[in-house]
Ligand binder design. Structure first.
Ligand SMILES: Nc1ncnc2c1ncn2[C@@H]1O[C@H](COP(=O)(O)OP(=O)(O)OP(=O)(O)O)[C@@H](O)[C@H]1O
Length: 330
């Protein structure tokens, strides 16, 4: 087996989990989470995300394969590694009759390495970090779901952490709650914490993550930077013109595929340039020079009234990779 690279805070090789009932929930997963990334672990319900996270944290044993977290093999070094990792899995366990602040005091007191003399400062610091200082005296049962999630993250932040693992942190939140968690994740990443979060929401990954891995039915479909993934997506060009047939011919000569002419609109799929096929190509590399395409149309006598490009979304990419819609259960 290759040595784990130091740039990766999470690295798995051939990681698999077969549950007792025979279900292969995770199948030969090779994951590499770069230090400093906000890594979106994406997949429909039942695709194996939670099972993977449980193996990463040593909560369940892998059937096969290896896991390194912060450069150390798991679960054998869990005692050394886990204090450097904050985790929030399936919502925080809170005492509803206690205030948010009192809940954090309890969490802190449960940590034998936490110095009681500095507890107050740690708790206040964590409340401040997640924006709950003003609401810290309220009973946790009166918190909204988003506030409960933030309190859970505060509990995970009572110690300085190199890595934060969040399982579906925005699940069940309203749009405002989702925005709050997203901006908290961004702020944590800016402070240098690597954040690994699972989600079944593509636009969430697009908005907050630098990197992503896509799971489907227990297998890794793709992983890389979000920018590369978007660059790999083809766009569609739309030309508005009274000369539809000529426009379609010229576009076809320039590699535009899947052409349709409807009224005065001609649309087609842009070709992938060579540059876009290379890993690490910039976001714009997937689109041929649109000015050249437009000029070619005009040179051929096509009267161009409108010219636009829509880029494929991550959702389109997901569908093209897996051949199915994203909300389908695995
Ligand atoms: N304890 C278990 N015993 C047997 N099968 C399980 C167990 N936990 C999960 N599974 C199965 O393993 C597969 C992967 O489940 P997992 O919870 O890891 O997916 P997920 O991507 O996290 O989905 P969700 O977003 O719904 O939580 C599913 O088919 C699920 O039914």
């Amino acid at each position: 087996m290759a040595q784990p690279s130091h740039a990766a805070v999470i690295e798995t090789r051939g990681l698999s989990k077969r549950y007792r009932g025979g279900q292969l929930a995770v199948d030969g997963l090779d994951l590499a989470v770069p230090r400093g990334s906000v890594f979106g672990f994406l997949g429909p319900n039942g695709s194996g995300k939670t099972t993977t996270i449980r193996m990463l944290l040593g909560l369940i044993d892998a059937t096969e394969g290896a896991v390194h977290v912060l450069g150390e093999p798991m679960p054998s070094t869990a005692r050394r590694v886990l204090p450097r990792v904050g985790a929030l899995i399936e919502g925080p366990a809170l005492y509803g009759f206690l205030s948010g602040r009192a809940n954090l005091h309890r969490y802190d007191a449960a940590d034998p390495t936490a110095d009681p003399r500095t507890r107050k400062a740690r708790v206040e610091g964590a409340l401040e970090r997640v924006g709950l200082s003003a609401a810290s005296g309220k009973k946790a049962k009166a918190y909204s779901l988003g506030m409960k999630q933030r309190l859970g993250i505060a509990a995970a932040l009572l110690k300085p952490r190199e890595l934060l693992v969040l399982d579906e942190p925005t699940n069940g939140l309203d749009p405002q709650g989702m925005r709050e968690i997203r901006s908290l994740v961004r702020a944590l990443a800016q402070d240098g914490t690597t954040v690994f979060l699972s989600s079944h929401l593509l636009d969430e990954i697009e908005q907050v993550c630098t990197h992503t891995a896509v799971m489907n039915r227990g297998r890794l479909v793709t992983q890389g930077t979000v920018a590369d993934m978007s660059a790999g997506a083809r766009g569609r060009v739309t030309v508005t013109t009274p000369d539809g047939a000529d426009a379609a011919r010229v576009l076809k000569e320039h590699g535009v595929a899947d052409l349709t002419v409807l009224g005065d609109e001609v649309t087609g799929e842009l070709p992938l340039t060579e540059a876009a096929r290379r890993p690490g190509s910039p976001d714009t590399a997937g689109v041929p020079d649109l000015a050249d395409l437009n000029a070619a149309l005009v040179r051929s006598g096509v009267r161009v009234r409108g010219f636009g490009v829509t880029r494929a979304s991550l959702e389109d990419i997901f569908v093209s990779l897996t051949g199915e819609g994203f909300d389908v259960a695995g």
